[in-house]
Design a protein around this ligand. Structure first.
Ligand code: FES
Ligand code: FE
Length: 454
């Protein structure tokens, strides 16, 4: 896919605003912006597809999407991970229609062509009679997703064969992924099938919320504090560090309490697991992990995560941590399909795994309390963005939204032991500003000109 050229004058104006902490409201839902995002961002970058534990054995498969490209992700006979375009090479229908399963071959529901785990076309209904021996079947293998790579069990795919290596793309986010996903000897497992639901909003609204908006918790999620299923202090999401990372990524390492003495070590994970953390993390990672209660952030463009502590039993019940990753898959300018993975350390005791799953379901599962709070608000942001006034692109008209928090007011904490630029508060718009700056820079990248055309 070639990049598409977009009206650069308008985009340069957006960039100049974003650097001053302002975002034109129309940019959330504009249709030209959406098309440019699909071509210049999602078709170029690394997109999260799934976790290795979802496809452990040869023949295990899941079906996913990279925005509008259907993906069949599987483990082949050699134990290698493969990702194919989930579209039959005969007439294009979706080859595999299930969400997940175990198969040695995939037979197309349209005319019955059959492919093996290596993507080879191995069966054609009435084959020799209708095509003869002369049709070269090797020309009709499944099309591969150009690049597939993993980090800490997290499998990503890119539609651009020239995409930079995954580890370069993740950059300093790897240091924080190690804490969330690489702390245990055997890594993480996805429990249950990832849940999916639709929200009528734009993908940037949710990515920006998880990435850079701990500020909203004091209002949006206030009722969960009162119910005793979130940390006790209504300002809980303000304490700690907001860390701006490269490539538009960002993470908030919240302590959730003013006093470090009130922070349970290692998010309340069972003490028998702690020696394992010491084995797998550096001294700096261990120190940060011990003092952190909530990790929440966004891996550009649309892979968000939250590892908080919540409860289901009310004020007298303890809070339990969990790890939740989610993709905000755009299916249009104002619609996203959320896929949400619950993950837990493979070696955690079963009792912890169950408590952790309940904590997730009650808070950030599809019917979770905090999830409902957020989805409702994000829907209304998209709703208010359709109007004539919000869509006004006149640079002199002030329709910009406010991303000014902490701009030129909060200095980085140079004692922060991890990578990135860390600020000593999570009530800050620094990640959001960096997210939108990276976003607009990606849109502004020059269109690829196919060689030989000019
Ligand atoms: Fe798949 Fe015809 S479209 S066999
Ligand atoms: Fe929220």
């Amino acid at each position: 896919a070639n990049r598409i050229a977009f009206d650069k004058t308008i985009l340069r104006g957006v960039k100049e605003k974003v650097q001053r902490g302002l975002l034109p409201q129309w940019a959330f839902t504009d249709e030209d912006i959406y098309r440019a995002e699909v071509a210049n961002i999602f078709s170029k970058t690394w997109n999260f597809l799934g976790h290795e534990s979802e496809i452990e054995k040869p023949g295990d498969y899941v079906t996913r999407w990279i925005v509008h490209d259907p993906v069949l992700l599987l483990r082949d006979e050699n134990g290698q991970i493969q990702a194919y375009l989930n579209s039959c090479t005969h007439r294009g229908t979706k080859l595999c229609t299930a969400d997940f399963g175990q198969k040695k071959t995939f037979t197309c529901p349209y005319h019955g062509w059959t492919f093996n785990l290596a993507g080879d076309l191995i069966g054609i209904v009435a084959g020799n009679r209708v095509y003869g021996e002369e049709m070269d079947r090797t020309q009709w293998s499944l099309r591969k997703i150009p690049k597939v790579s993993s980090y800490c069990g997290m499998i990503f795919g890119s539609l651009d064969e020239h995409a930079e290596p995954l580890e370069d793309f993740l950059g300093d986010m790897k240091w924080y992924f190690d804490i969330m996903l690489g702390r245990s000897d055997a890594g993480m497992e996805v429990r249950g099938v990832p849940q999916k639901w639709i929200i009528n909003t734009n993908w940037k609204i949710s990515a920006d919320n998880f990435g850079g908006d701990p500020y909203h918790t004091a209002m949006s999620h206030r009722s969960t504090v009162e119910l005793g299923i979130s940390p006790k202090d209504p300002m809980y999401a303000s304490y700690g560090h907001q860390v701006v990372l490269d490539n538009g990524h960002g993470i908030n390492m919240c302590t959730a309490a003013k006093d470090r003495a009130d922070v349970p070590p290692y998010q309340g994970l069972p003490p028998e697991m702690w020696p394992m953390f010491k084995r797998n993390l550096s001294a700096e990672q261990l120190d940060v992990f011990e003092k952190t209660m909530i990790m929440v952030g966004n891996c550009f463009p649309n892979l968000s995560f939250v590892s908080p502590m919540h409860g289901t039993g009310g004020p007298d019940e303890p809070l339990t941590s969990f790890v939740n990753f989610r993709v905000w898959r755009p299916v249009g300018p104002t619609k996203i399909e959320v896929t949400s993975w619950f993950m837990v350390d493979k070696e955690a005791p079963e009792s912890f795994k169950q408590a952790s799953y309940l904590s997730y379901i009650g808070s950030f599962g599809p019917a979770g309390t905090l999830e409902q709070d957020d989805a409702e608000i994000w829907t209304r942001v998209a709703e208010t963005t359709h109007g004539t006034m919000a869509q006004d692109k006149d640079v002199h008209y002030n329709n910009a939204l406010n991303y000014l928090m902490g701009l030129d007011r909060v200095e980085p904490d140079l004692t922060w032991p991890g990578p990135g630029t860390a600020y000593p508060t999570c009530y800050l718009d620094a990640i959001s500003r960096a997210f939108y700056e990276h976003w607009v820079d990606s849109l502004l990248q020059d269109a690829d000109v196919p060689t030989g055309v000019l």
